[in-house]
Design a protein around this ligand. Structure first.
Ligand SMILES: [Zn+2]
Length: 156
């Protein structure tokens, strides 16, 4: 069967297995650049704020998901948020087992849509949904403008 033939019987479809090497890079975009640059330079988180409906979002957006207005305002939300959800991860992306399980949490900020998913340190007393957590950042002179500038979140 060539590409010119149309498929009339699904039982005649063949396939082969293979792998396609794909290398890619994402850019942060304007809003993402503002977010990571603010962490690096000021040690703070910013959310986007829609000029029309006031919706705030983190990670920041260039266009409002509620009303599609262009967003150019970014406001500080600080490093402290609420632990909205968490889970234990026992394996990395390559399937290698962690020596100690990593705890990953979704941290939300008051009045802000979305949130940040990142490592969370349980500390003494463990974790509870709704507890206040605060980001622990790398020292200012070691930050590179990436998500790894956030070391983890811990009890506030
Ligand atoms: Zn809006």
């Amino acid at each position: 069967m060539s590409f010119k033939d149309s498929v009339t019987q699904t039982t005649k479809i063949g396939y082969f297995e293979g792998a396609i090497p794909v290398n890619y890079q994402y850019t942060f975009g304007i809003a993402g650049d503002k977010f990571f640059r603010t962490i690096m330079e000021k040690g703070d988180f910013v959310a986007s704020k829609c000029p029309d409906c006031g919706t705030m979002a983190i990670y920041p957006l260039s266009y409002c998901e509620q009303c599609f207005a262009e967003v150019t305002e970014f406001v500080s939300v600080g490093l402290e948020g609420e632990l909205y959800s968490f889970t234990e991860c026992h394996y990395d992306f390559q399937g290698k087992q962690h020596v100690e399980p990593h705890i990953m949490g979704l941290i939300r900020f008051e009045g802000v849509d979305g949130g940040i998913i990142h490592r969370v340190q349980a500390g003494t007393g463990g974790l509870k949904l709704g507890m206040k957590v605060k980001a622990k950042l790398k020292p200012a002179n070691e930050r590179e403008g990436s998500v790894d500038d956030i070391l983890y979140f811990e009890k506030a």
